[in-house]
Design a protein around this ligand. Structure first.
Ligand code: PLP
Length: 433
């Protein structure tokens, strides 16, 4: 096992990892349900869902069967001038899940291979939309701080410019407009002033703004911050007033995580363009989509060419589409609302007392997301192996110790996660004394 780990450490890059800093690394040999099985023989309860994705748990018999069935037919064919049932079935399912009162909120689906690319496509759609109306001035984006939209260049350019992830690219990225995030917390009421910063950007720059892009209600990797639905309602009004498209990036929030199937439905605000990814295939493989409203589709078609200028080689990979379709069927059959609600209640009950700890800044819970924000960044190289010793997989970043477990987690397994968080924080408190 050590040989394998050393082979990795000497030759593979991991996400946002400094290869010279001896960051912890663990070999996984298999996974099932909510458990990761390590090469050391240890079993860990997974608190991360492999980054929001594994909602039904690992090694799910029905998802395995969907992959196996499809692989015996074909793993992949090009999507240029060819089509297949897995893509068509998945599209119908996505369009029906994003319908309100039997009316489709979106008209067309674009398939891509990762969330970042689906954001690139959304941005391209918005710019092409205005271009096709003869307006090439509207080519900028407006967003709020603390967002995270992916690692490719256009996606980076709308991600928070200062919270560290991409600051070295500052001079190279396209400059867009950023507004302050609204103040939000359990006891903080909505105030009209929270809108001032973004309203100012609309007023000053609307002639150049193609679209607003936001993670609705919950910001993920940019800081795990939650905010009020009222903010989105007000922004929608501003978008209508100033002729600006609205893009929601629900790559993290989609498919039940916040307590509603999609956060836009909870907020009661339908965007023009919607990005989905992460949990789309139940965490089995990489697939993402960009959904466009009829208005956007018609707008792009108004141009002579009417061509959306994008087309990945592995577009609508049949294997990924077949698994995604099955995953969405499982979700519909699963009574996920009840599961997410009971995870929510348990997280509230078990994590909230930590708010009194002097090292803790705030505890936030929404849907099946639990966040303990510390006052200072945690010692990553200590905390991750310590969690592993305690039998859980929790991987904090910066000041954030957070979990978003698979929906199938049992109460006693979830308690192991929250107990582990309490244990490490109390150990940190002892060190501080
Ligand atoms: C993860 C994430 C992305 C990027 O998706 P990748 O599949 O990692 O490229 C974009 N937006 C949000 C909100 C995300 O959480």
């Amino acid at each position: 096992m050590l040989q394998l780990i050393n082979a990795d450490l000497n030759s593979i890059w991991h996400p946002y990892t400094n290869t010279s800093k001896n960051n912890p690394l663990f070999l996984v040999t298999s996974a099932s349900g909510v458990e990761l099985h390590l090469g050391s023989g240890q079993t860990l309860i997974d608190g991360m869902s492999s980054w929001w994705a594994v909602i039904h748990g690992y090694n799910h018999p029905e998802l395995n069967a969907a992959a196996k069935d499809q692989i015996d037919k074909m793993s992949h064919v090009m999507f240029g001038s060819l089509t297949h049932e897995p893509a068509i079935n998945l599209t119908q399912k996505l369009l029906s899940l994003t319908s309100t009162d039997n009316q489709q909120d979106f008209a067309r689906v674009f398939f891509s291979d990762s969330g970042s690319v689906s954001v690139e496509v959304a941005i391209k759609m918005a710019i092409q939309y205005w271009f096709a109306q003869g307006n090439s001035e509207k080519s900028k984006l407006l967003t709020i701080r603390n967002g995270y939209h992916g690692d490719t260049f256009a996606a980076m350019s709308v991600t928070d410019p200062e919270n560290g992830m991409h600051s070295i690219f500052k001079g190279i990225l396209t400059e867009h407009y950023f507004a302050e995030i609204p103040v939000y917390g359990e006891n903080i009421e909505w105030h009209h002033e929270y809108l001032d910063s973004i309203r100012k950007q609309f007023e000053q720059h609307h002639k150049h703004i193609a679209a607003v892009i936001l993670e609705p209600l919950v910001q993920g990797a940019g800081g795990m911050k939650f905010y009020d639905a009222e903010y989105l309602k007000q922004i929608k009004t501003l978008c209508d007033k100033y002729d600006v498209l609205l893009i929601f990036d629900e790559i993290a929030t989609g498919f039940g995580r916040t307590g509603s199937l999609f956060a836009y439905q909870e907020a009661g605000v339908t965007p023009d363009i919607l990005c989905l990814g992460k949990a789309l295939t139940g965490g089995y493989m990489t697939l993402a989509t960009t959904l466009a409203s009829q208005k956007v589709v018609d707008g792009i078609h108004a141009d002579d060419s009417g061509v959306l200028m994008h087309g990945p080689t592995f577009m609508a990979n049949p294997l990924a589409c077949a698994v995604a379709f099955k995953s969405l069927c499982l979700l519909e059959e699963s009574n996920w609302q009840l599961k997410v609600r009971s995870i929510n209640n348990q997280l509230l009950e078990e994590l909230s007392p930590l708010a009194d700890n002097p090292l803790v800044n705030e505890v936030r819970v929404k849907g099946a997301i639990g966040v303990v924000e510390m006052k200072k960044p945690v010692d990553f190289n200590w905390i991750v192996p310590r969690f592993v010793e305690l039998g859980v997989w929790i991987r904090p970043f910066g000041k954030l110790v957070y979990i978003m477990p698979p929906y199938i987690i049992k109460p006693e397994q979830l308690s192991l996660l929250t107990q582990a968080i309490k244990t490490v924080i109390s150990e940190m408190s002892n060190c501080n004394d």
